[in-house]
Design a protein around this ligand. Structure first.
Ligand code: SF4
Length: 461
């Protein structure tokens, strides 16, 4: 029988990358081959993101190219999976290119859907309409899918992601995630640990525990309630695991001290906290339905720095949310200055269909104002990152090596056997140095000799 080749393209967050890895592994287990490009593929899968309009536009443009291609190759099967598949459902099947639409909760069925589409050149849809209903007791299909297939995508040697929970209960007014990923559903701690053990047996050194609001992880078993701190305590004890990270955290009190304490106690839990503030203005935070004030957010950061003094904090902001005045924006700039983030991800507000903000608030801030605010905030952050990075000068740091650098950083000591390598510290600082490629996937010591706002440069020591 012919072995069909599948090309998978992935957009969006780490959650999507993880789903892509699982789907790739499941399809290989079902007898498919992975293609390196559309040209060699019998099947093209696009794993989509709905968080911003820009991400959906890119997928639509890609589908436009595939529709064109299908005029010459009518047998090509095209599937859309992920958040956009869930959001648009059957409407996507009206697109001339699309054969399969499969929501995130349906990915265990993907191999069957592809086989049916290949056999009949038919249109298939597998989007659940019950996405906001809690997972039914005994419905372990997603859990078994995660356990059966590898979440190691091989992109970065020695590293893998492990999902600890799906979905979100927060309903920030601008966000589509609770609608497309469903309510919070936490995986049993033993399933998470089994996956970590398997990855460690495959040579993985660092696992990143993933959840949209990973710090709200909670799993009740008999009398006992497990929280993220328990996972952070157990995962580094697995033989072979050197570092454990977790993303993304919601600014909340529940379990916060326990999580910080386990970070302080275990050198294997990375000193990195990604905790989006989204705005520094209480008025905007309220309109976003974020359940904290700027002052409370700052208290949480101060607590983190008291318990884990060497922690690095990263943040996210949305600028140009409906009604954001210059004063509101300046409150965001003030918060950025007070927190002194290691780095910040800044996005322009983009209305997402179906969300509360889209239904009730006009997208009132002109694009040029959003653009100016992004540039101003990033300039403030760049200065802070530059100052913080200077403190690394002359220091010896432990890094986990990712592999050869894709960018040509200026470093005159490079040679063919010692190309520029990219690595990260426990605090998630990027370190570039020259060394043998055999270091990829391993921990090593580097002495920092030069710094810039985005990158630290060093020498192997
Ligand atoms: S916490 Fe808010 S922004 Fe994050 S996934 Fe949930 S609804 Fe979206």
């Amino acid at each position: 029988m012919k072995s069909f080749a599948v090309y998978i393209e992935s957009f969006g967050c780490q959650m999507n990358k993880l789903d892509t890895a699982l789907v790739a592994s499941a399809l290989q287990d079902a007898g498919f081959r992975l293609a390196v490009g559309v040209k060699e593929a019998d099947v093209v899968l696009i794993n989509t993101c709905s968080v911003r309009q820009h991400a959906e536009d890119r997928v639509l443009s890609h589908l436009g190219h595939l529709k064109h291609l299908k005029e010459h190759r009518p047998d090509l099967v095209v599937g859309v999976i992920g958040c956009m598949a869930q959001r648009l459902g059957e409407k996507l099947l009206e697109h001339g290119a699309v054969n399969i639409v499969c929501g995130p909760a349906q990915i265990p069925q993907i191999a069957d859907l592809i086989c049916q589409a290949l056999a009949q050149n038919a249109k298939q849809v597998a989007v659940t309409e019950k996405i906001r209903q809690p997972v039914q007791p005994g419905d372990g299909s997603l859990d078994s899918f995660e356990l059966e297939h590898s979440s190691r995508d091989g992109q970065i040697p020695g590293q893998a992601f492990v999902r600890v929970m799906r979905g979100c209960n927060y309903f920030c007014t601008y966000c589509v995630v609770p609608y497309v990923r469903g309510p919070e559903a936490c995986r049993p701690p033993e399933a998470v640990l089994e996956q970590v053990k398997r990855l460690a047996d495959e040579g993985i050194k660092q696992v990143t525990l993933l959840g949209q609001t990973v710090n709200s992880y909670k799993y009740r078993k008999g009398e006992q309630t497990y929280c993220l701190a328990d996972l952070l305590d157990m995962a580094p004890r697995v033989a072979g695991i050197e570092w454990v990270r977790f993303v993304t955290s919601y600014p909340a009190d529940e379990f916060y001290e326990e999580i910080l304490q386990v970070m302080a106690d275990s050198p294997k839990v990375c000193r990195y906290l990604h905790m989006p503030a989204q705005s520094g203005s209480d008025q905007i935070l309220k309109a976003m339905n974020r359940h904290y004030t700027a002052a409370h957010y700052l208290e949480l950061i101060e607590k983190a720095r008291t318990v884990v003094p060497d922690i690095a904090v990263a943040g996210d902001f949305i600028v140009g949310f409906p009604g954001e005045t210059e004063d509101d924006f300046q409150a965001t700039v003030d918060l950025t200055r007070k927190v002194r983030y290691k780095n910040c991800f800044v996005f322009k507000y983009s209305p997402r269909p179906g969300t509360t903000a889209d239904k009730h608030l006009a997208d009132s801030i002109p694009d040029e104002v959003k653009q100016r605010r992004i540039v101003e905030l990033l300039a403030v952050q760049e200065q802070i990152s530059g100052e913080l990075n200077q403190a690394f000068l002359g220091r010896q740091v432990m890094v986990l090596v990712e592999g050869p650098s894709k960018k040509a950083h200026v470093n005159p000591t490079g040679s063919d056997d010692h190309p520029q390598l990219v690595s990260r510290t426990s605090t998630d600082h990027i370190v570039v140095f020259n060394g043998p490629v055999s270091l990829a996937g391993r921990l090593t010591q580097v002495r920092i000799t030069r710094t810039s706002p985005l990158t630290l440069f060093g020498e192997s020591s």
